[in-house]
Write a protein that binds this ligand. Structure first.
Ligand code: NAP
Length: 486
């Protein structure tokens, strides 16, 4: 017997839980949140590598309708964000709607019943009128295609699948990748390992991290006098929002930050050859701009080596670089990121006429407002294509999408629509405009390769190139005129 719900949400991270809160507020209680992991938190539940923290300021890295007054630091560590997500479950009484350890293997649109049929890994099925994918844009780890990696005799750990019991004390460790995750865990690994070889393909722009504790008096002020917290949030929001023009129109605007980053590097690293190897040769912002106070100094340590030559192969005991040198290692840590341009695996979501979303998006994901997809009636996504940000807190985008979905539900109820589907034309127009705006951006034309761009088509399928204010305006109302509603 399959269970029926009005809404099924897949994923219990910020997006899924945020939608659950707003559904309850709207008086909609017939929904379930299905989560593959044993706990809520999404990205903050799974990414447990040492040093994991947020690179967006805490007071902007929370949902406006589920705030937290007592963040302990300007940039919160993973554990605190995770605890906050768990507190959200308690504060909004979401537990009755949650089903953990429930991995969805297929969600299929049934044309006859106008329902989604959702099957989990234990063969249980559930039906719903509406399906929401809150799966996260950076949830599928990317494993590098390196010859011989599968022959390695030691452990290989991806940063997103960090075992709680991993002890790297006195081990010889090779790190592949130097992105946002690696700059956080590399300094921590250096503290315990016997040797650390960091394999860098492309250096990143790294700014100092203006992190500091938020003291008890300030926390108290935020708790007893919420306008103080609102003002702080507004200030952070404006600070980050004004970074956008440097990425989309006038790269010259980042000159000051470029100088700051280079000074930071020169101040923190002793060896001129190392400074040269760590200096990026592409426009700032083309890849995500990183922040760290302890990454660069790690390379001054005698047991840490930066290798900026390409990896040619992995043997059972070593990583071999382009010069032919073999670097013996006991453990390989992959900081190689995520399959951001293929967020949905094939066979997971199947819409009208057996359309497979994963296959449809093989050439690059496309949606309408990052939320609806033609061919997939009564289906919405949170953090779908082109909703990630290079300049501000992604939670602002999630909030816009949540509002839009709740509006859609209310309209469906009011007009007794059984089925809504975005039209092909609206979706095409939306993407054409995005492509046009993105083509001049630093992300597309800044002279680098990044996870923002689809590896085959070269399209930027991940980033939103306008202000978050604009996205908020565009998602304020459900624009049913561009949907086929029956
Ligand atoms: P990433 O930024 O995509 O970095 C992947 C790294 O692996 C890059 O240095 C890449 O080199 C390297 N790489 C990939 N394949 C390789 C290969 N075959 N050989 C050698 N090197 C290889 O991944 P990430 O660091 O996990 O971060 C991904 C995103 O997650 C970030 O941009 C950010 O949005 C998010 N994140 C956020 C936080 C936070 O604080 N909020 C923390 C961590 C991650 P190339 O640069 O040459 O491609």
């Amino acid at each position: 017997m399959s269970q029926h719900h009005q809404i099924i949400i897949i994923g219990a991270g910020f997006a899924g839980l945020g939608l659950a809160i707003q559904l309850k507020k709207a008086g909609i209680h017939d929904f379930v949140v299905l989560e593959r992991e044993a706990g809520v938190g999404g990205t903050w539940w799974v990414n447990r590598y040492p040093g994991a923290a947020c690179d967006v300021q805490s007071h902007l890295y929370s949902l406006s309708f589920a705030p937290k007054a007592d963040w302990s630091r300007q940039f919160a560590p993973r554990r605190e964000i995770q605890a906050h997500l768990e507190e959200m479950v308690t504060a909004f009484d979401l537990a009755p709607h949650l089903e953990l350890n429930t991995e969805i293997t297929k969600a299929r649109w049934d044309e006859h019943t106008k329902q989604w049929q959702v099957t989990d890994s234990q063969g249980r099925t559930r039906n719903s009128q509406l399906l929401v994918g809150a799966l996260g844009g950076l949830a599928r780890p990317a494993w590098p295609d390196i010859a011989g990696l599968d022959t390695f005799g030691g452990r290989i750990i991806h940063s997103q699948q960090w075992p709680d019991d991993l002890d790297l004390t006195d081990q010889r460790v090779g790190v592949i990748g130097t992105g946002a995750s690696a700059v956080q865990f590399v300094p921590h690994l250096a503290k315990v390992t016997r040797s650390l070889h960091v394999f860098q393909r492309t250096p990143n722009w790294i700014l100092p991290k203006p992190d500091r504790p938020i003291g008890p008096i300030q926390q108290l002020l935020y708790r007893v006098f919420p306008p103080a917290r609102h003002l702080t949030r507004l200030g952070l929001f404006l600070l980050l929002e004004t970074r956008l023009p440097a990425f989309t129109r006038w790269p010259a605007l980042s000159a000051l930050h470029r100088r700051k980053a280079l000074k930071h590097l020169e101040r923190q690293v002793d060896d001129p050859a190392l400074i040269k190897a760590l200096t990026p040769r592409y426009a700032m912002g083309c890849k995500r701009v990183l922040m760290s106070n302890d990454y660069y100094p790690t390379f001054n340590l005698p047991h840490v080596e930066l290798i900026d030559r390409a990896i040619t192969q992995v043997t059972p005991t070593a990583i071999v670089d382009q010069s032919g040198e073999a670097h013996p290692v006991d453990v390989i840590v992959l900081g190689t990121g995520f399959q951001a341009t293929s967020p949905i695996p094939e066979g997971l979501i199947v819409g009208k006429d057996e359309l497979d979303l994963g296959r449809l998006w093989a050439g690059g994901p496309k949606a309408y407002k990052g939320t609806a997809v033609h061919g997939f009636p009564n289906f919405f996504m949170l953090l779908g294509p082109n909703t990630a940000l290079g300049h501000n807190s992604v939670l602002l985008m999630i909030e816009g999408q949540i509002r839009y979905i709740v509006q859609a539900l209310k309209q469906m109820r009011k007009h007794h629509w059984q089925e809504i589907e975005i039209t092909d034309k609206a979706q095409r127009d939306w993407n054409d405009q995005l492509d046009q705006t993105l083509s001049h951006s630093v992300w597309n034309a800044g002279g680098c390769q990044s996870w923002y761009l689809h590896p085959i088509s070269g399209r930027n399928t991940t980033l939103w190139p306008h202000t978050t204010v604009r996205f908020k305006r565009l998602t304020k109302h459900f624009d049913h005129a561009v949907y086929a509603c029956k």
